[in-house]
Every structure is written in structure tokens, then in C-alpha cells.
Design a protein around this ligand. Structure first.
Ligand code: PEP
Ligand code: MN
Length: 346
């Protein structure tokens, strides 16, 4: 993938050992360029890693201090590959443009009335995409696992009724075709954020992929997970920060809003914030959304339920319908202060 690597030798490497490294670089099919400093020797190795063996094993050589790719490993998602921001289009909804796209709906699809009531309310308040889990990645096997295909059919029905686009989680490679038949955006959850076979299968559908950040995932790992989607021919990736695991136990997760400007710098792709999983508490959702909008998020993924007290999953973090409508009103002036807008609703 890389066209060059930088190999730094340890200070005081004898000329004989330097020659051995250079010979090895040539043997592996790369052209060595030697730069001799006062203390260190630096060797640029030019070649294509897709065609030649990797230079990585040089790290095991005693006289080698470091082996570093010149290009970023997350090549296709990076700004180097695409200096201008790119948008992801889902029908008439464009994510990453001037509109901040709000995706909202219940954590889990529980039944027809619950979903339709929520869908109509969030559409009216200005959401463009309906969320709802049909396959749920629950921590315990004894918790509600989702309605499966029945839930997906209800989501399709809600799209027909409201015009909202649908986002729902894809949990297993076995369900790729089924979920893709009903969803406009495939959500890869935090627990599957490095399940590369699942990510590749999702990418191959050509649908937009919302890639949650894993519970303990570094930004680099997250970018590389996104790279899997682009490397498999699908450029429609949304990076979704949903809180990471830290020493802090006050909240369910620690929402890393700092990831927004970092991702916007590193990558051309849109950034989504999920304030619901982010804190695990409904009373934090509004502040997290405001912070996200101020920091440049392109989209928000918010859990909304007609009666959070009776929700089958994540009740503590879901907004009720009135709370969501109020939040949308509160966000509009903030969005316009940063040169953006939020749809006015149906
Ligand atoms: C969800 O969106 O309901 C969910 C399970 O999210 P995450 O994968 O971020 O935990
Ligand atoms: Mn949830």
C-alpha cells in the first residue's frame, strides 16, 4: 500500500551492519536512499508494498531503531487522499454538508405503535433518519435481543409512512442481505467496530455505513476500520463517536468530543455524535448535542422513546418525544451560529 518507508538505524551502527540492512531492503524489492546525519543514518526505501514483501520484519533487526511508513496507513479515508470534505448521500439526505442531519428513534424496535408514534414525532421535530435496533448487541444473553426481521419490517413500514431514511444495526454477516433490504444506512456497533469480515460484507452492499467507535478503540484504529470500507469499494462512511471506556465510572461511557476536530482534520468523511450511548443518561443528552454542534459534528444519532420508563433497552438514556422536540428547537440557533442548519420538520 505504501510507496515509501523510513528506516532509522541506531546511533553507532557499524558500516558493515548498515550495509546488511541496505542489502536486505534491496533484496525485498525496494530502492534504498541513504541519508547520513551526525549521529544517525536514515534510509528511505522506495517501492510498492502491495507487490513486494513488507519491510516490517526489519523492526526485528538489532541495528534498526524504527520503520515508519511515509504515508498514513489510513490512506483512503485521510485528507491526504481527499483534501476537501466529502459528503455521504442517502437519497435526498446529505450528511457532511451544511445541514446537520439528525437521526433519532428508539434504542430497540419494540412494536408497531411504539415505532410509528416515535417516527412521526421525530420527523415532525426535524429528524431526517429514523434509528431503531432490530438486532441488539446486549451485554447479557438474558436481555431483550431485538425483534429481528419483524423489527426490520416495521422500520420499512415507518419509512413508507414518514419518508424518514432508516438506520439499523447489522450484527452478523448472516444478516447482511436481510438488513440491507430494509436499511438505508447500516450501523456497525461499538462491539463490532473491528469485526473486519462484517465490515467488509457491509461495505460490499454499497450502502452507507455508520461505523461506531469501539469501546476501547484508538482514533487510528477507528480510521483503519473505516479504511476497510473504502478499500472494499464503498466511500460512504460515517464515523460515529459514542463514548469510550475510561477510568471514569460516573457515566456509562466517556464521550470524546475531542474526536470531532481530530477526525475532521485527519479524514474527509462526516462525523456523527451519539450522545445517548455517550453518557448513558437522558439529562446529559442536550449538553452533549450542543457541544457536538459547536465542535463541528455533521450529524447526531439520538435515542428517543415515547415512554423511556418502559423501554425494553437503554431506558435511562432515551429522551421522550417532548424532550426531543425541545432539544431540536434549542439546537437550531446554535447550528446557525456555526453556519449550519437543522431541518425544520414535517
Ligand atoms: C445502539 O446504538 O443502540 C448501540 C447498541 O450502540 P453502540 O454499538 O454504540 O453501543
Ligand atoms: Mn441503545
Amino acid at each position: 500500500m505504501f510507496d515509501s518507508m523510513i528506516i532509522v538505524l541506531k546511533p553507532g551502527t557499524p558500516p558493515r551492519e548498515e550495509k546488511a540492512v541496505i542489502a536486505e531492503i534491496r533484496r525485498l524489492g525496494y530502492r534504498p536512499h541513504v541519508m547520513r546525519g551526525v549521529e544517525r543514518v536514515v534510509i528511505g526505501a522506495i517501492g510498492d508494498e502491495r507487490k513486494n514483501p513488507s519491510l516490517d520484519p526489519l523492526r526485528a533487526w538489532a541495528q534498526v531503531e524504527s520503520v515508519t511508513p511515509v504515508q498514513k496507513r489510513h490512506k483512503l479515508v485521510s485528507r491526504e487522499a481527499h483534501p476537501k470534505p466529502s459528503t455521504v448521500r442517502v437519497g435526498d439526505v446529505e450528511i457532511g454538508g451544511s445541514e446537520i442531519v439528525v437521526m433519532a428513534g428508539p434504542c430497540s424496535v419494540e412494536g408497531e405503535t411504539q415505532l410509528m408514534v416515535t417516527a412521526e414525532a421525530v420527523a415532525k421535530a426535524g429528524a431526517r433518519v429514523l434509528r431503531g435496533g432490530a438486532f441488539k448487541p446486549r451485554t447479557s444473553p438474558y436481555e431483550f435481543q431485538g425483534l429481528g426481521e419483524k423489527g426490520l419490517k416495521l422500520l420499512s413500514k415507518a419509512r413508507k409512512r414518514t419518508g424518514l431514511k432508516i438506520i439499523t444495526e447489522l450484527l452478523s454477516e448472516d444478516h447482511v442481505d436481510l438488513v440491507a433490504e430494509h436499511a438505508d444506512i447500516l450501523q456497525i456497533g461499538a462491539r463490532n467496530a473491528q469485526n473486519f469480515q462484517l465490515i467488509i460484507a457491509a461495505a460490499k452492499t454499497g450502502k452507507a455505513i455508520l461505523l461506531k467507535r469501539g469501546l476501547s478503540m484508538t482514533i487510528n484504529e477507528w480510521l483503519l476500520a473505516g479504511e476497510y470500507v473504502l478499500a472494499n469499494g464503498n466511500r460512504n462512511v460515517l464515523f460515529c463517536e459514542r463514548g469510550i471506556r475510561t477510568f471514569e465510572t460516573y457515566t456509562r461511557n466517556t464521550l470524546d468530543l475531542g474526536a470531532i476536530p481530530i477526525l475532521k482534520n485527519e479524514s474527509h468523511l462526516p462525523v456523527v455524535i451519539d450522545p445517548s450511548q455517550g453518557g448513558g443518561r437522558a439529562d446529559l443528552v442536550s449538553a452533549f448535542c450542543k457541544g457536538a454542534v459547536a465542535m463541528g459534528a455533521d450529524s447526531l444519532l439520538i435515542e428517543v422513546h415515547p415512554n423511556p420508563k418502559e423501554a425494553w433497552s437503554d431506558g435511562a438514556q432515551q429522551l421522550d418525544l417532548g424532550g426531543f422536540a425541545q432539544l431540536m428547537q434549542d439546537l437550531r440557533p446554535l447550528a446557525s451560529a456555526v453556519g449550519r442548519s437543522i431541518a425544520s420538520g414535517t
